[in-house]
Design a protein around this ligand. Sequence first.
Ligand code: DX5
Ligand code: ZN
Length: 242
Amino acid sequence: MAGSFQLIKKMEGRSVIISPSLLSADVLNMERDIEKIEKEVEWLHLDIMDGHFVPNLSYGPSLLKALRKRYPHKFIDVHIMVEPAEAFTEMFLAERPSLLTVHAEATPHIHRVLQSIRKDGTPCGVSINPGTPVEVLYPVLHMVDLVLIMSVNPGYGGQSFIPETLEKVSALAKWRTENKGDYLIQMDGGIGPDNTELVVRHGCDVVVAGSAIFGKPDPVAIIKEMRVNAERGRQIGEKRNL
Ligand code: DX5
Ligand code: ZN
């Protein structure tokens, strides 16, 4: 098993991780936006888009480099939506992400790509889009620290949550229990205070949220509300599995 022990340690006793997506931060004031929430979260989610695998462009390795320099101890959760994935992994690994997540659809060789990230010593994640069945993940679940189930079609912030993706999270939580798996389950897209309980109840451990947090007058209050709702979801989920 890959072992998400180090990742779980980063949770610092919190049962569910909130990972704010910098895609929704103000690009001209990113430092200011991060400072507002910095003490409230351990993780930051960085979306990399290539205008090819997804219909939008975002950031490149230079932003990761700058973030790593400015926040040497932050857990920077990098989600690359680029194709072919193997053409870009090295340039991101060089800038020391805390976790690098690649899409199973973005390469014919997902096993090899994950192997190369693991070889580098960096925790790795695998992701699938809403239209991809969860079964494609089973052959690589033993290699990953995190599985990212996209709950919108990747490319933009501010889209609506796709509820059909929840059953994939439940399947992964069940598989983990039955097979003594050791990965975190993350969801990304269309999540905010209103549906945090729902996703956590289904088995999500890491909640990514962009537009629900950034640009809001009190982002810390939103994160706190999400934590309260996440805890309620966790308790409901635990009871169900008894
Ligand atoms: C979508 C990105 C997400 C996005 C989430 O392609 O991977 O991380 O920023 O944004 P919200 O929370 O606004 O849906
Ligand atoms: Zn993302």
